[in-house]
Design a protein around this ligand. Structure first.
Ligand SMILES: N[C@@H](CCC(=O)N[C@@H](CS)C(=O)NCC(=O)O)C(=O)O
Length: 296
């Protein structure tokens, strides 16, 4: 093992702004807004403020699935929140005091309801529309268990493995080893569950799959951190089968490009205000033009 650099923690930790690595401009040890910035409001009942990271994609896939099931009340405006600063605007912090995407304002009733944390947003939407969440029994318990499994597990994948493998200013063998081991264990957990169940909750596609797929499906497709080969993701055959099945769903294909600002221009729909935007407003169609504001 490589020698760890000599570091003795001081008695009391202090914030060294120079030391924040790639995310020095956004990482802070304090919460709350840094500046005044109102959030835009569109014409639909649901207002989503997000970005197409795996946590954001969960919600846009969910909304597209609900619309595909015929729930007109799931029509939404998806506004782009760039997480190099927009998450600290006063309007965003009012919707999510934790300053992280995704955040939802449900404006369908007389009093707007704010919802933050992607798992909570999925649950809110599933209960609101009575969809993608089994009503009772073992299937419901499985669905919620896998949903909360994802919320507890993905930080080891993103904040642990992804951070130290791809983003940290130096490659620290101890950290990469520790989190690679944990992520492979998690992939094996999923692989075993999917060996004798089509979906995570059983034979039905649910919000558990919608929560897990952007993270672990993305990893299985080699799309996260360039780590497919390193983690030998192909060995998880059941995860591969499940990942590919969800990737074929039209709602998943639509959801994953909403609020996306990187990759192929045809796979970037910076903002979504209408179903037709998928045909007319991807970046290959509108180039660098700023998306037209939604009609309010
Ligand atoms: N547990 C949260 C995690 C959300 C999260 O970490 N969002 C990231 C993008 S994937 C973010 O907004 N980061 C900005 C920041 O940390 O300042 C959820 O599932 O909603």
């Amino acid at each position: 093992m490589t020698e760890p650099s000599a570091y003795t923690p001081p008695k009391v930790w202090t914030w060294n702004k120079e030391n924040g690595g790639q995310f020095a401009s956004i990482n802070r040890p304090i919460a709350g807004p840094t500046h005044d910035e109102e959030l835009p409001i569109g014409r639909h009942p649901l207002q989503l403020y997000s970005l197409a990271t795996p946590n954001g994609v969960k919600v846009t896939v969910m909304l597209e699935e609900l619309l595909a099931l015929g729930h007109r009340g799931a029509e939404y405006d998806a506004w782009l929140i760039k997480i190099d600063g927009n998450q600290f605007g006063s309007g965003f912090v009012e919707v999510n005091p934790n300053s992280k995407i995704p955040a939802l304002m449900d404006r369908s009733g007389p009093t707007p309801i704010r919802v933050f944390e992607s798992g909570s947003i999925l649950l809110h939407l599933a209960e609101k529309f009575g969809a993608l969440l089994p009503a009772s029994g073992q299937a419901r318990a499985e669905c919620l268990s896998w949903l909360f499994w994802q919320m507890g597990s993905a930080p080891y994948l993103g904040g642990g493995f992804g951070h130290f493998y791809a983003y940290a200013p130096t490659k620290i063998e101890y950290a990469i080893d520790r989190f690679a081991m944990e992520v492979k264990r998690q992939l094996d957990v999923l692989n075993r569950r999917l060996a004798d169940h089509e979906y995570l909750a059983g034979d039905q596609y649910t919000i558990a799959d919608i929560a897990v797929w952007p993270w672990y499906g993305g990893l299985a497709q080699g799309l996260l951190y360039g780590a497919g080969e390193f983690l030998n993701v192909q060995e998880y055959a059941n995860v591969q089968r499940w990942t590919n099945a969800i990737a074929k769903r039209p709602a998943a294909q639509r959801g994953r490009i909403v609020n996306r600002t990187w990759g192929e221009p045809s796979s970037q729909l910076h903002e979504r205000h209408d179903a037709s935007d998928f045909d007319t407003k991807t970046q290959d169609k509108i180039g660098d033009k700023i998306p037209e504001p939604a009609k309010v």
